[in-house]
Design a binder for this molecule. Structure first.
Ligand code: NAP
Length: 244
């Protein structure tokens, strides 16, 4: 089924991992996809593998002016944005007493302020057209907290509050906003984890395996499509049952 035929989707952090799988999945569903990363070349790598129309864009989501320019460029190139997936994210892990100001700020600026920057840049257009989907990628850590990730967990918890507020503000204009909260997914972000930590984590996952980027992309496709037309302000956890 190509339920997103004729739709334009923006995926931030689309150069690898969950973002790359999401761009491919939305493309398979028929959407034209704007793939966004800090480097246009890296985003192009994803576009080259898409089934349908797509375009690569360079944008640092922590920069509000770049986000405004991005959305105008996407509209000129592919058309007005119907689906925004705020997936760009970073970690700068450390225990609280060693957490540096710049590690706090960098994580907040990309993970939380980035979603604000891009969402504000598309909201007016979506409201005017009385249609739109905003899907923010948080983390189970935003719901549970995690030792060594106070900055990351705070940014992801912030995304949940942000999304629910946006969902309430925009519902009457036909714009839906939801969160996908992945658990432990095999990507570059988690590749560095020591073997011991991986084993410990695997034991806590009822489905008995780590997630794949495609597992998360499937949930994003669902929230972007017609089957999710009556769902807004929700957090969809994709974690193999780790957090219940
Ligand atoms: P990843 O493999 O490290 O990829 C991160 C992506 O974000 C890259 O495409 C990167 O592109 C982009 N990016 C980083 N900073 C950016 C910025 N300032 N502006 C624009 N793009 C930026 O990460 P991932 O594991 O796929 O994670 C994707 C999202 O899922 C993140 O929000 C992460 O927090 C969340 N998540 C991941 C897991 C997991 O287990 N992997 C679990 C829960 C939640 P460039 O470097 O090319 O700019």
């Amino acid at each position: 089924m190509r339920e997103l035929e004729g739709k334009v989707a923006v995926v931030t952090g689309g150069s690898r991992g969950i973002g790359r799988a999401t761009a491919s999945e939305l493309s398979r569903a028929g959407a034209s996809v704007a793939v966004v990363a800090r480097s246009r070349e890296r985003a192009q790598g994803t576009v080259d593998g898409l089934d349908g129309p797509g375009e690569a864009f360079a944008c640092d989501v922590s920069n509000p002016a770049q986000c405004a320019d991005l959305m105008s460029a996407v509209a000129d190139c592919l058309g007005p944005v119907d689906i925004l997936v705020n997936n760009a994210g970073i970690t700068r892990d450390n225990i609280l007493i060693r957490l540096k100001d710049e590690d706090w700020q960098a994580v907040m600026d990309t993970n939380l302020r980035g979603a604000f920057n891009t969402t504000r840049a598309v909201a007016r257009g979506m409201m005017k057209r009385r249609s739109g989907r905003i899907i923010n990628i948080a983390s189970v850590v935003g719901l549970t907290g995690n030792r060594g990730q106070a900055n990351y967990a705070a940014s992801k918890a912030g995304l949940v509050g942000f999304t629910k507020s946006v969902a309430q503000e925009l519902a009457a204009r036909g714009v839906l906003a939801n969160v996908v909260a992945p658990g432990f997914i095999e990507t570059d972000m988690t590749a560095e984890l020591p073997e011991e930590a991986r084993e410990g984590l695997a034991e806590r996952i009822p489905l008995g395996r780590f997630g794949t980027p495609e597992d998360v992309a499937g949930a994003i496709r669902f929230l972007a499509g017609p089957a999710a037309a009556y769902i807004t302000g929700q957090v969809l956890v994709v974690d193999g049952g780790m957090v219940m």
